[in-house]
Design a protein around this ligand. Structure first.
Ligand SMILES: Cc1cc2nc3c(=O)[nH]c(=O)nc-3n(C[C@H](O)[C@H](O)[C@H](O)COP(=O)(O)OP(=O)(O)OC[C@H]3O[C@@H](n4cnc5c(N)ncnc54)[C@H](O)[C@@H]3O)c2cc1C
Length: 98
């Protein structure tokens, strides 16, 4: 059984690295999404702290409130871009007709 004396990870999460060749890759952190953001209703209108509509202020994309507050599902292709483009298209048409 493997033992991690550097980070004390549980043995069940350890995989032995036995046979080369081995390659190294530098991995750094990146910010994918906004946790929090501006809250809105189904018409993309921003809401104030009392849940009331702020006239003339709309929100789309990453900054829409709490879309990814719990999780960022990276296994859904186009999860963020799809939302940006689709919601932008819908709101653009809505405002152009108003
Ligand atoms: C590494 C990485 C990989 C990703 N991969 C995917 C993927 O595979 N699929 C997917 O669907 N999504 C992916 N995303 C997420 C996706 O890129 C974002 O959700 C999307 O770009 C958000 O679009 P947005 O228009 O809301 O914000 P942004 O693209 O961040 O646009 C905001 C714009 O506002 C500008 N801005 C900021 N402050 C001001 C200011 N005060 N005045 C004027 N302009 C300002 C910024 O310069 C920027 O151009 C990825 C993100 C990252 C970082």
């Amino acid at each position: 059984m493997c033992e991690d004396t550097d980070y004390y990870k549980k043995p069940v999460f350890l995989t032995p690295v036995k046979q080369g060749p081995f390659y190294a890759l530098k991995v750094g952190p990146a910010l994918l999404a906004v946790c929090g953001g501006l809250k809105c209703n189904n018409d993309f209108q921003c809401l104030d702290e009392n849940g009331e509509v702020i006239e003339g202020l709309y929100v789309l994309g990453n900054i829409m409130g709490d879309i990814t507050a719990v999780d960022y599902p990276i296994n859904v292709a186009g999860n963020s871009h799809g939302r940006c483009i689709t919601f932008g298209y819908l709101l653009g048409h809505e405002l152009a007709e108003a």
